[in-house]
Design a protein around this ligand. Structure first.
Ligand SMILES: Nc1ncnc2c1ncn2[C@@H]1O[C@H](COP(=O)(O)OP(=O)(O)OP(=O)(O)O)[C@@H](O)[C@H]1O
Ligand SMILES: [Mg+2]
Length: 239
């Protein structure tokens, strides 16, 4: 079995006095797409935020590529080879599409390499190239999500973490985003995502984790989770 690229053990997180994660465990092996599913408030985003240093782990450990990254500050995470696409398509609205992408490579001091990375994103998303000089705030929701993903790819990360990449997008863009996720995996990247579109996410995931009130509830291959009657009833609308 391939060694884990990302390994989360016994993760506990609290916001103030309120504990929201209780002993969460999760493994992502190199080359996999792994999804975290669960109802609103289950703690999905919090798991991701702990990995990228946006919330502190109270206990437990997070290991990436053999290195303990528990409670590393968020600013140190991109250089590790982890790209993060936050929930809600956060882009710099006043800045152009091209400048937004450049921001994703602020660690890359070589301007030529930075521009080459922007070109690579434009090849992946031709629509962003067409709109490269426009302020990001003028883009449609689907285009902003492409931009947020493109920005996370600028430093050529091994692991891309996406929080609700399809949330609020029109069906056309949902298809496009999911196609892009598969393309990223086929190009050798590893993906960890949270998705409210749980059935769709599990269809393309190698494995998935279902959370309930901050606890691990189910963990299995995407196909087995989709076939599991309890998972279907609890997480997939009972169909
Ligand atoms: N900054 C915060 N301060 C206090 N409580 C928070 C904060 N962020 C999240 N919570 C609480 O922690 C719990 C887990 O939230 P989290 O955002 O991780 O859930 P989620 O599964 O991503 O939900 P959603 O599907 O709504 O995005 C919820 O009860 C939420 O209200
Ligand atoms: Mg969330």
């Amino acid at each position: 079995m391939t060694e884990s690229l990302l390994s989360i053990r016994d993760l506990e997180v609290s916001y103030g006095a309120v504990q929201v994660l209780f002993g969460i465990g999760l493994e992502v092996r190199a080359g996999e797409i792994v999804s975290i599913i669960g109802p609103n408030g289950a703690g999905k985003s919090t798991v991701i935020k702990a990995v990228v240093g946006l919330v502190p782990a109270q206990s437990g450990c997070i290991v990436f590529a053999g290195r303990d990254i528990t409670n590393l500050p968020a600013h140190a995470v991109p250089a590790l080879g982890i790209g993060y696409v936050p929930q809600g398509r956060i882009v710099f609205a006043q800045m152009t599409v091209a400048d937004n992408l450049e921001m994703g490579a602020f660690l890359q001091k070589d301007a030529r390499k930075r521009r080459a990375a922007v070109q690579t994103v434009f090849e992946r998303f031709p629509r962003l190239y067409e709109r490269r000089s426009q302020p990001a705030g003028k883009l449609s929701g689907g285009e902003q999500q492409m931009l947020a993903i493109g920005r996370a790819l600028m430093l050529n990360p091994r692991l891309v973490i996406l929080d609700e990449p399809s949330l609020g997008l029109s069906p056309k863009y949902v298809d496009l985003i999911f196609e892009q996720l598969l393309a990223l995996r086929d190009q050798g990247r590893t993906l960890l995502m949270v998705e409210q579109n749980a059935a769709r996410a599990l269809e393309l995931s190698d494995r998935g984790y279902a959370l309930e009130l901050g606890h691990n509830r189910f963990a299995d291959t995407g196909a087995k989770l989709l076939a599991n009657a309890d998972v279907r009833r609890m997480y997939l609308g009972g169909v």
